[in-house]
Design a binder for this molecule. Structure first.
Ligand code: PLP
Length: 475
């Protein structure tokens, strides 16, 4: 039986270091700091494929560690990513070449998916996503439009969607996957912002968003392992993680939503219906460094261990996310009582997107930082986004509430000079395929009728322009 807290990568490293070896190998620092900022211990952990890691095949400690993570998440394999979810998404697109020439892309896919289109040479078919103009954000996948697209095209290699979105909108993945699978189309879900969803117990608000879906019905793992115990006696709970709702590849940014180091993530191969382990491995190898950062690998492994011990594998009452959920709810409740402040009804309890008619999102964010040293996640003309991370506590909550109240009162008499309703970002017709257009960009043609660059300000990272897309003025 797999023990979810085991750490083959860390154990191999400990064993290596215990020998106090003479190091005649990279990295050049040999475990000795060249500054007094980073602690020496960090240099010791920053290793390369030394003895113990050089084992081929299934006994390799990295493979072993990934396998344990896969068991935890009840998937076929979990690939550790040291180039962020970005690399996982691009690799997913490359692997789709196996199935056809066209790929359905939700309009709000992240820039890295478009990088994947350029690398793979696939032809994008854009899936419209509802837009909430009063909030200036994309909403859920429109199921009717997805069905329409699928029945209008053939040779579709796959479908890529984002759920949750940056602001915490979760789509009906179960329905999306049903629609795709009816036509034998694999579904890739960019769950960069939703690694934590797998561990959460959702409330009434969520159950209204997903009628008919119960935790029981979507929960596959019935072998009595620790995952089950979280939900025992609570059959009203829902699952919104794509991992259990029919997606075939799920790419998560653990640094965004689970607490590992920046640039680390996981690509879950949920099943082998459309892709094999080898399909994904060779696609990742094509675009990854041959020297993965061991700090990032360790960070992923230790995060999984932490989740195994603290969050996922104990009765729900001891789930580490429970106290965070309670305090997040109480913050939102207090915010809702503030006059002239509106809180977006996000499906993700750890995302708070808000706006006030008294002040633009950008000015609001500026005030919060300048006067109160509160740095938020991002802002636009309309609103601002806050992430509740694992360090959040009552003291921070009170500081935020106080600051928001003061800013709103101070700004009530200042007229806003931004319009409130924003128009939906459009995708123009394509004059060339993205890969060809990107390559033509090297030739600096001034008479080009279409874009050769991706324009996708991050965050939120969805594209304004895509290579091959007409300039606005041309048809
Ligand atoms: C929706 C979405 N997908 C993918 C990514 C890429 O994730 P990473 O930073 O881990 O490469 C981001 C990053 O901002 C994102 O917002």
């Amino acid at each position: 039986m797999t023990i979810y807290s085991e750490t083959p990568i860390y154990d191999t490293l400990k064993d290596y270091l215990s020998k106090d070896p003479v190091r005649m190998h990279v990295p050049f620092h040999n475990g000795i700091p060249n500054n007094n900022i980073f602690p020496k211990e960090l240099y010791n952990l920053d290793i390369s494929e030394v003895s113990g890691y050089d084992i081929e095949g299934e006994d390799n400690p990295i493979f072993q560690s990934e396998k344990i993570t896969a068991d935890c998440f009840d998937v076929e394999h979990s690939f550790y990513l040291t180039g962020g979810a970005s690399i996982g998404l691009a690799a997913g697109l490359i692997a789709l070449n196996k199935h056809g020439k066209k790929v359905i892309l939700a309009r709000n896919v992240h820039k890295s998916v478009i990088n994947g289109v350029i690398l793979s040479g696939l032809e994008p078919i854009w899936l419209d996503v509802d837009f909430l103009s009063e909030w200036e954000i994309f909403s859920k996948i429109n199921l009717a439009k997805l069905e329409e697209l699928i029945s209008a095209s053939n040779d579709i290699a796959g479908c890529v969607i984002v759920s949750p979105t940056y602001e915490g909108v979760i789509s009906d993945i179960k329905e999306v996957s049903n629609i795709c699978h009816k036509k034998n189309i694999p579904l890739i879900v960019d769950e960069a912002h939703g690694g934590h969803l797998y561990f959460l117990e959702l409330n009434e608000h969520d159950s209204m968003s997903f009628p008919g879906l119960t935790r029981e019905s979507s929960f596959k793992n019935d072998n009595g392992n620790c995952l089950d115990s979280r939900f025992r006696g609570n059959d009203k709970m829902l699952q919104t993680s794509a991992l259990r709702l029919g997606a075939d590849l799920v790419i998560q940014s653990w640094h965004k939503s689970l607490g590992s180091f920046t640039q680390s993530g996981v690509l879950h191969l949920v099943n082998e219906q459309f892709f094999t382990y080898k399909d994904i491995k060779r696609s990742l190898d094509l675009i990854s460094s041959t020297s993965p950062s061991f700090l990032l690998l360790l960070s992923l492994e230790l995060t999984r261990k932490h989740l195994a011990v603290q969050a996922g594998f104990k009765p729900a009452s001891t789930n580490i996310f429970n106290s965070l959920l309670t305090i997040a709810e109480s913050l939102k409740k207090e915010m809702r009582e503030i006059k002239n402040l509106e809180i977006f009804n996000s499906d993700d309890p750890f995302k708070i997107y808000l706006k006030s008619k008294n002040i633009s999102g950008l000015d609001f964010a500026f005030e919060l930082y300048k006067k109160y040293a509160i740095e938020i996640e991002s802002a636009n003309d309309t609103g601002l986004l806050m992430l509740i991370g694992q360090g959040f506590n009552n003291e921070i909550k009170n500081r935020i509430i106080k600051a928001i109240k003061e800013i709103i009162i101070r700004s009530r008499d200042v007229a806003r000079n931004v319009s409130t309703a924003k128009s939906k970002p459009q995708i123009n017709k394509f004059k060339s395929d993205p890969r060809r257009a990107f390559i033509q960009g090297f030739q600096n043609k001034t008479n080009c009728k279409y874009h050769s660059e991706i324009t996708a300000p991050c965050p939120p990272g969805y594209a304004i322009n895509v290579p091959g897309m007409n300039y606005e003025s041309c048809d």
